[in-house]
Design a protein around this ligand. Structure first.
Ligand SMILES: O=C1O[C@H](COP(=O)(O)O)[C@@H](O)[C@H](O)[C@H]1O
Length: 319
């Protein structure tokens, strides 16, 4: 097939056959990563806004696959559509890993992420997922009692864990009786034990634990987990779990997975909703003109990185 010119009209684009567009899925996928597709991709970005992508049947989402297919960025019409797709994505991975390794290791964030998981505790997933295979961890936790309003565990318990039959022994909360330093060491010891017992996979290349799925949120300053912009903890490359006593966002004492652990993951979903985060999404995924890398820009897993954005969060991407 002849290479499409970068000046193609939308009507022509819709009639392209694979590999350019895969029309068997309910959204548009730019499937070719070859040099010939690059000008087409640039043209799409500059000439069409995301709404125009919705001309295909059932499209409520535009999917953009960047040339090296990393990261994959998915933009949804609404946070509701985002939550529906996130539930399917998570359930599909849970089924895949339960069959592959007889366990599914999933890492949660705190904050708004838990609300975006709400469709997972509804039919069909609440009944169809094999919750007995799930092992649940936290990418970061505030050093507060588990019943404290700032606790990421409490947030996840109220919004998710209390609604599904995951065995309590498979839910790995931090030890809230310890100091920040002690809790980080204790959590790292727990992870090492689970890697030894092959509950958690291990990366062949890095030697760090390799979680099946990390569900990451992002703060309006570009922080992920409890790794904040400009903080030396972003450079930690030996420890699995670290601690912070001067978090710029309260509460000040927290523990956090380090970037080598985050980046050894098999799958990472970066879930961001709301126009309040549009500037930082633009900085993270835009033209790369910001000189200092934001923590979110340091997320680069061995496996697959998929962004889940609602229209508000993506609103400055294609302006
Ligand atoms: O403090 C935290 O903030 C981030 C982002 O939270 P969000 O409410 O803006 O989505 C969260 O991912 C992290 O787990 C949490 O400890």
């Amino acid at each position: 097939m002849a290479s499409p010119s970068p000046a193609l009209s939308l009507a022509t684009l819709q009639n392209l056959s694979p590999p350019y567009f895969n029309r068997s899925v309910p959204y548009i996928t730019l499937t070719s990563h070859t040099a010939t597709a690059k000008p087409l991709f640039s043209s799409l970005k500059s000439n069409l806004n995301l709404r125009k992508f919705k001309c295909t049947t059932k499209a409520s989402m535009a999917e953009i696959v960047t040339p090296n297919s990393k990261p994959k960025v998915q933009v949804f019409d609404s946070e509701e559509d985002l939550a529906v797709s996130l539930a399917k994505y998570t359930a599909d991975l849970a089924n895949k890993f339960a069959q592959l390794r007889d366990s599914f290791t999933v890492v949660l964030s705190g904050g708004s992420l838990v609300k975006s998981l709400r469709k997972l505790v509804e039919p069909p997933y609440v009944d169809s997922v094999d919750w007995s295979k799930w092992h649940v961890f936290w990418v970061d936790e505030r050093v507060v009692p588990k019943d404290h309003p700032d606790s990421n565990y409490l947030l996840a318990y109220d919004g998710f864990l209390s609604k599904v039959p995951i065995p309590t022994g498979n839910v790995y909360a931090i030890n809230d009786a310890l100091s920040a330093e002690g809790a980080a060491d204790d959590y790292e010891t727990c992870l090492k034990h689970l890697v030894k017992n092959k509950i958690i996979d291990q990366s062949d290349s890095s030697g760090f634990p390799k979680f099946d799925l990390m569900l990451l949120g992002m703060g309006p300053d570009g922080h992920v987990a409890s790794l904040f912009p400009g903080h030396p903890l972003c450079q930690e490359n030996e420890k699995w779990v670290t601690f912070i006593k001067n978090s710029p966002k309260p509460p000040p004492e927290r523990i956090s997975f380090t970037f080598p652990v985050i980046n050894s993951s098999a799958n990472i979903a970066l879930v961001v909703a709301g126009a309040g985060k549009a500037d930082v999404v633009h900085a993270a995924l835009g033209d790369g003109s910001n000189s200092d890398k934001l923590p979110v820009q340091m997320v680069s897993p061995e496996g697959e990185l998929t962004w889940f954005l609602d229209e508000g969060a993506a609103s400055k991407l294609y302006a």
